[in-house]
Design a protein around this ligand. Sequence first.
Ligand code: FAD
Length: 557
Amino acid sequence: MAPFRLLIVGGVAGGASCAARARRLSEEAEIVIFERGDFVSFANCGLPYHVGGVIAREEELLVASPQLFRERLRIEVRLGTEAVAIDRARQLLRVREVATGRESEERYDALVLSPGAQPIRPDWPGIDLPGIFALRTIPDARRIRGWIEERRARAALIVGGGYIGLEMAENLLRRGLDVTVVEREAQVLPHFDPEMAAPLAETLAAHGVRLRLSETVLGFEPDPSGGIRARLSSGASASADLVLLCIGVRPETELARAAGLEIGERGGIRVDARMRTSSPRIWAVGDAVEVKDVVTGRYGPVPLAGPANRQGRIAADVIFGRESSFRGAQGTAVVGVFEATAACTGPSEKALRRAGLWGEEGPFEKIILHPGHHAAYYPGAEPIALKLIFRRDNGRIVSAQAVGRAGVEKRIDVIAMAIQKEGTVFDLEEAELCYAPQFGAARDPVNVAGMIAANVLRGDARIAHWENLEGFPGLLLDVRTEEEVGRGRVPGAVHIPLDRLRERLKELPRDREIWAYCYVGQRSYLASRLLSQKGFRCRNLSGGYRTYLHRGGRVAS
Ligand code: FAD
């Protein structure tokens, strides 16, 4: 009898992990990977750092070679071979050798599609001019490096301020280029809320990256100086020797569409939790598929390496009879830009608002805090801006975002796991996390976030949010020190330092609500507790003056 034949389209994150897992489950199966490109199992996440020279040699990006697949795993890798059609009725995959155009048909018992995604390339005028690149593959990185070296490029224009755009900004600056980032939204990192992305924009600007926010490109034309000139929506133009398009990716679904597989509303291949497509014997994984968001329950692509790897493994499990299933995605991600790190898990407030799920009396509440990444008494503590979104009714954690210089991703990873296990803010309060002075605090930022949120839900701390300040009829109270206020304050705020508050209660109104703030929200929490116990109606402005600044609030001197 012919051996069970597993064919895999795409040999990088999802495809390679599926193949390797499949071999661990079956010694008998025949496993073949078809990869259109010249590399299998390479680290696309490392590409920006290769362009920047941090990863010096291209070979370091190669996680596994065809030889290793063959000798260690008895998996056949056919490089330079594109899958062009699926005959579902006859269980045949038609493949074409890219170099020769020669086609053949391959029988399958199970077919896994992991073709990834394509960088978006809008049909702007001049988009095909030489010097305009996207970064997805090793040959792309080669072309970009070659262009920089041959042309002695001095200025780069990056279109898109998302993860890859910002990583490339850092890496091109590292290579000595003058870097401008054009971003359509009014902030960098559009996946984040604006007040959380603001510190990263400050870091970029401090390193000399020019940010052109709320602008987009209308088209390109050759620059008389020999480079490329981009026409921008503001009417201005920007010239560069090199343009990088980092405006997102589109699931690669041509093969699946032509085979009649179900495609979701957001353009990815529709799969169930066991990574099965609408056709029996065909599975799909990675950037090409739509998966269920664990929080919103909605389907959409989540183009990240972690989910792609796990999905590849799950598809192999299911094909070989195991009870595996994908729990859903929450978009847990991290980006490092110079000395700053930003990380998130679950939907941002912005995304929830866009989905119509956020309202003033809606199901969600948020807090922002700025704890140190380790104990304050140990030298070198760096603040982390941490935002936690949770449900008002049961305290379930919905999402978190954090930005800072150290310890950022560790906190988001802990919260990501709590979300996956349907944890609550009360669980974060109680989480037992490791502590020594150089690593954390006896009350870790994750614990503190849980405590603040739990205080809100228990009614011990009433909070207010900066976006509701306009038109607020009550009294705005600044409880910071004289010296801090001297550096700037919110217009219209009354200043009474926390340490003087008890003796100056007579100055405060009893017929109007008081919103208190300090620099990060901790002293104003004490103030609001004090005032509430003295019979005042008081709320604490979450995130404090620091968050106010990150929201771009006006400053009175
Ligand atoms: P891919 O890894 O893209 O593999 C798909 C492969 O399929 C490609 O090699 C393609 O050539 C091949 N293929 C497509 N169609 C066919 C066909 N018809 N026949 C044969 N072969 C075909 N994610 C993170 O989580 N963290 C990061 O830091 C991060 N950084 C990134 C940086 C860059 C520059 C890029 C480009 C991506 C980054 N990602 C990151 C995203 C991550 O790399 C992807 O989510 C992941 O690789 C998706 O895996 P995949 O198997 O779905 O697709």
